[in-house]
Design a protein around this ligand. Structure first.
Ligand code: 2AM
Ligand code: CA
Ligand code: CA
Ligand code: CA
Length: 265
């Protein structure tokens, strides 16, 4: 397996896909809803996924593809080489703001992350990691993550999870919100993981993500010494939905022990 070539192609196609998305800003967008009125998808999400699939199928016919919009393969296990793609992560931001969204592309081999790319299309910022070779923002190598105290931490958290909701007792995270220095919510799981990787936020907590939301971010954050687990501290299931807790080292243990212990098993 020529991982250098796969990495170069993945980066090239991601930047090309980003250029197409930037060009689309001047054209009319077709917006549909999926599971609920707030769950959006556009023709650009679909066309971008198809753009990747055409290139991967032509160059690597033996690889499999897991994509959010369903143009890839239906997988029940992660055998062989699998590309995990979210063509636009943060579609609501893409539609409402034309910013704060990203392309997320990861390549896994037998379930092990090899290459992770998160491309902030509007800022032309490519966060990338090849396992064992460090993580980068464009050409700049990112430093290893350092420990931080809870009182000094800024965490990515959506207000949904501290108000009445279906997935978590809101009294579990409310005391954490009071303790930390600040909370932020950017609306793109991939970007929030890239922000943990760059130290712009210290942790990110959310209750329901799919593999394409976190596949690339997991590789980036792990490469820098951060931790990515479910809220129960378990490894993420790469074929299903998960709660997700991304954090700098040290802080992960403290938040788990002092706040998340109240979660039901
Ligand atoms: P998406 O934009 O690719 O759908 C928004 O808080 C974050 O959660 C985004 O990364 C979004 O990804 C993700 N997400 C996962 N499932 C979602 C859903 N059913 N509705 C909206 N956002 C979802
Ligand atoms: Ca979506
Ligand atoms: Ca997503
Ligand atoms: Ca998406």
């Amino acid at each position: 397996m020529n991982w250098t070539e796969i990495d170069e192609n993945a980066k090239k196609w991601t930047r090309e896909a980003g250029e197409r998305i930037r060009t689309s800003f001047s054209k009319e967008l077709m917006i549909h809803t999926k599971s609920s009125p707030d769950d959006l998808v556009t023709n650009i999400d679909q066309e971008t996924e198809q753009f990747f699939i055409e290139r991967i199928r032509k160059t690597y016919p033996e690889h499999q593809i897991l994509g959010e919009e369903g143009f890839g393969d239906e997988l029940d296990k992660l055998d062989g080489t699998v590309w995990i793609i979210d063509p636009i992560d943060g579609t609501m931001n893409f539609v409402h703001q034309q910013r704060n969204f990203a392309i997320s592309v990861a390549v896994y081999e037998y379930g092990v992350g090899k290459i992770g790319l998160i491309y902030d299309v509007v800022h032309d910022e490519l966060y990338h990691a090849k396992v064992g070779e460090g993580a980068y923002l464009n050409d700049t190598k990112l430093p290893q993550l350092e420990e931080v105290a809870v009182e000094k931490a800024v965490i990515g958290l959506n207000a949904t999870w501290i108000t009445e909701n279906k997935r978590i007792d809101p009294t579990i995270l409310a005391p954490l919100v009071r303790k930390v220095r600040g909370t932020r919510s950017y609306g793109s799981a991939a970007l929030e993981m890239a922000y943990v990787a760059t130290g712009r936020i210290d942790a990110y907590i959310t209750l329901r993500l799919s593999p394409w939301d976190f596949a690339a971010g997991l590789i980036l954050v792990n490469e820098l010494g951060g931790k990515v687990t479910t809220l129960h501290g378990e490894p993420l299931n790469m074929l299903g939905q998960n709660s997700v807790f991304v954090s700098k080292p040290g802080l992960h243990e403290v938040i788990s022990k002092d706040y998340l212990y109240k979660l039901k098993k």
